[in-house]
Design a protein around this ligand. Structure first.
Ligand SMILES: *Cc1c(COP(=O)(O)O)cnc(C)c1O
Length: 476
């Protein structure tokens, strides 16, 4: 493919783009239970127009675009106030949860270099349910992740287990409110006390929950304190582009004070170029995501969010009750808001996800750990909450379909994986396994059960290598 010699018309281009979407999952119909957060037509339109108004403005330089500075500081202050930070609390907007988390880890690392220079190999303590973005941050920033297991019944990390993992080299504790995978809130108050006792920074990952949980509390739901009101919490990440219902590309990273945030900011004047000063990772960045977030917060207002949340929580309760009523399925832990996962002791849940996919539903498969079973995840939000009843009907029917199907032979796969791992050329063997699972070439896979089975059985490092190779082959 080359850049066309002669440009296409606007009509041709827009028609082509629309056609590309033809094979995408139908999120607008509310059949995708992750990735998209649809606030409904009116707020979505306001967000879109606001985004387009700032498409070409550049967040690189607030002196040239004071409008973007205004949008960013307004949004951050609104979120800080929601999370009960005081006037000392500060923050910035980033491109998403991952960037917010990477910045929280970088800030902790660089602050430790300054305040605890004896630490040569910094460590951060994360629970098994922490989002993979922390492992990515650890990998990029050369901080060692120390993973603490969770209570396999509640899916919460225990504060004492975190405390026991602290060493001379610990720079940061991490907990979730809630975890994405099971939607469970860690014991934030207890971990905050541990952080204070050991003079450690403590990041609360409220990427997915910060906004939704805060309004739930206002509505009278039982929500444990997870925000700046908890002593010991030093930073929080909250995504606007999830349950803030903003357009993608917007998250907030917030700190208890400027003394901490200082270590986030990077400046460089040692080149022949312009003086660079970046509070976050990106340098040039569109104003669109900031404007979109500003618009949707102001359009929905607290009342709008609360209305949406009531709808979402009603649907969530219905879905939880419906799943619990299916003898083959069980909910994992106690979901705190509208994210949940379920497992089965009798059927293969990956086959269940495939059956649901044939009916247009997208439900994420999640892997097992030595302590916890493989499971399926649902994020219920305003855009899919209306489908609770149809979802449950299809889920019940699909459980019956899976029961009637030949099961996937896990033992045979386990044996195959074992041989491959012991053989002279594991990479080649896995290449073959991948091909037989439909994971090769440039066609994206459709049936996921067999692939998930293989991936779930593989040891973590091998699985990661396998996935990296797959993507390396898949893309140009
Ligand atoms: C989504 C999510 C992240 C990562 O955020 P991205 O916006 O996808 O980069 C981190 N933590 C939690 C709890 C999340 O739900």
């Amino acid at each position: 493919m080359h850049i066309p010699q002669t440009g296409l018309s606007k009509q041709e281009i827009l028609a082509a783009l629309q056609a590309f979407k033809g094979k995408d999952m139908d999120w607008k119909a509310g059949k995708v239970f992750c990735y998209t957060y649809d606030p409904g037509e009116d707020p979505a339109e306001v967000t879109r127009e606001a985004y387009l108004q700032f498409l070409s403005e550049n967040g690189l330089d607030p002196t040239v675009f004071p409008s973007l500075f205004k949008l960013e500081t307004d949004v951050v202050r609104m979120v800080i106030n929601l999370l009960r930070g005081d006037a000392n609390a500060v923050g910035n907007l980033t491109s998403g949860g991952t960037e917010s988390i990477m910045l929280a880890v970088k800030t902790a690392r660089d602050m430790a270099r300054f305040t605890k220079p004896h630490i040569k190999e910094p460590e951060m303590i994360v629970s098994k349910t922490a989002h993979a973005a922390f492992h990515k941050a650890a990998h990029y920033l050369s901080v060692k992740p120390v993973v603490v297991d969770i209570d396999p019944q509640t899916f919460q990390v225990r504060a004492e287990d975190m405390e026991n993992a602290i060493t001379e080299s610990t720079i940061l504790l991490v907990a979730s409110a809630p975890s994405y995978s099971q939607g469970v809130i860690d014991p934030i108050r207890e971990i905050g006390a541990v952080a204070q006792k050991h003079n450690l920074l403590f990041h609360v990952d409220a990427c997915v929950g910060g906004i939704h949980l805060s309004f739930m509390r206002d509505l009278g739901y039982d929500v444990p304190d997870f925000d700046f009101s908890v002593p010991g919490v030093t930073s929080i990440s909250t995504d606007l582009h999830k349950y803030g219902y903003a357009a993608k590309g917007c998250s907030a990273i917030m700190y208890r004070s400027k003394e901490i945030r200082r270590f986030q900011i990077f400046a460089c004047s040692d080149t022949t170029g312009y003086t660079l000063i970046n509070p976050t990772m990106l340098s040039s960045k569109s104003g669109g995501p900031f404007a979109g977030a500003w618009a949707v917060l102001n359009f929905l207002g607290q009342e709008g969010y609360k209305r949406n949340i009531k709808t979402v929580q009603d649907a969530t309760q219905k879905i939880i009750a419906g799943i619990q009523a299916v003898p083959e399925l069980r909910i994992l832990g106690k979901p705190a808001m509208s994210l949940l996962s379920f497992a089965s002791d009798s059927i293969n849940v990956y086959q269940l996800a495939d059956e649901m996919a044939k009916r247009g539903w997208f439900i994420q498969g999640q892997f097992s750990t030595p302590q916890t079973p493989r499971n399926l995840h649902l994020s219920i939000s305003f855009g899919n909450a209306g489908n609770a009843d149809v979802l449950l009907t299809d889920l019940r029917e699909c459980v019956e379909l899976v029961k009637a199907k030949p099961p996937i032979d896990s033992d045979a796969i386990r044996q195959m994986v074992g041989y491959a791992l012991q053989g002279p050329d594991p990479e080649a063997a896995f290449g073959q396994l991948a091909a037989s699972a439909g994971l090769s070439g440039s066609d994206l896979p459709t049936e996921m059960a067999f692939i998930n089975e293989v991936l779930d059985i593989l040891p973590d490092e091998v699985c990661n290598m396998f996935l990296i190779n797959y993507f390396n082959d898949l893309y140009v």
